[in-house]
Design a protein around this ligand. Sequence first.
Ligand code: 13P
Ligand code: SF4
Length: 319
Amino acid sequence: AAEDEARIDEIKQLLEQRDAVLVAHYYTDDAIQQLAEETGGCVADSLEMARFGARHPASTLVVAGVRFMGETAKILSPEKRVLMPTLEATCSLDIGCPADEFSAFCDQHPDRTVVVYANTSAAVKARADWVVTSSIAVDVIEHLHARGEKILWAPDKHLGGYIRDKTGADMLLWDGACIVHDEFKAKGITDLKALHPDAAVLVHPESPAPVVEIADVVGSTSQLINAARELPQQRLIVATDRGIFFKMQQAVPDKTLFEAPTAGKGATCKSCAHCPWMAMNALDNLAGSLRELSGEVFVDAALRERALKPLERMLNFQR
Ligand code: 13P
Ligand code: SF4
């Protein structure tokens, strides 16, 4: 703990020296979220992270999260230096959607509007008409569907299926999944609910359909935290990365929160309900990146220009 304190002090000093601000996702370590909050940065979902980074006057953004979040920050603010504690922090959705294969898939369906989830590489975004995060995906697809557009969606099949059911849009889905949310099982949740029949079930839409079907609320990380506050229930079963419990419990100090069970829970499960890539962000490498200016994110200029358009559409979208 004394070591952590020293690291935290060092990071605070470096943030000032470097004219930097810390932008953290809800799935990162509690200590990183706490630090972001204390130093005037933000702890947020992926859409709010993008908005905050683009608007903040600091000349350096330190993005604690996964690679696509750093890339998005750089695409939106090319004049800023964007650092990440580690550039190794990727995402199974990003890995599962290589740009060349995706581009070939798009070529086969030229009649469809290409909408990609933010959890993708800059190269995949560059091929898209729209980028969306989970917090506005339904609204954007509703809007496109109302205009009579047919959609090509990538990469998360669960989120895509959920939006398709909700909006009735014609959506062709890429076959990708989040390894963390894919582990949630409806059976485990209904068993837990049998023990706490008064509990509400909160689910991130990257979870499989049977889990989404038994949810009281489906939403992005920020939307789930807001729902926790607004729901009348005192007990909440939450199906998303356990990193969310830090802010959620602060938001509802008097409520009891339960982690939704995962299939692999037990001694053999290394990644269930906690993203292994989010977990790569630590105080040590965060301090290191600020000290040595390592982990800087670069996006090719031509690619950046193409990826910016669908990202700006997302940021300018009004419900
Ligand atoms: P949010 O946009 O809900 O923060 O989701 C990002 C993410 O990676 C979820 O796994
Ligand atoms: Fe990607 Fe899933 Fe990790 Fe989110 S939790 S960053 S979707 S692997």
